[in-house]
Design a protein around this ligand. Structure first.
Ligand code: SF4
Length: 64
């Protein structure tokens, strides 16, 4: 799956990177980034939880 983050919404709360540290990282600019172009299915549950926990609804999953 492909995971995207809307940087116009992201405020760097880092709930995503704490929930799914293999997938997300918050960098020095206080924005979260997806660490891989295609996220393996084994991370789906963690990514879906991060989507729900993100206070800004900034994370989206695109299924191909
Ligand atoms: S939880 Fe949402 S707002 Fe916070 S760093 Fe992650 S994507 Fe950004």
């Amino acid at each position: 799956m492909k995971v995207t983050i809307d940087h116009d919404l992201c405020e760097g709360h880092a709930k995503c990177s704490k929930t799914a540290p293999d997938v997300f990282e918050v960098r020095d600019d206080d924005l979260s980034y997806v660490k891989m172009a295609v996220v393996p299915e084994k991370f789906r549950d963690a990514v879906e939880l991060a989507v729900r926990l993100c206070p800004r609804q900034a994370i989206a999953i695109e299924d191909s």
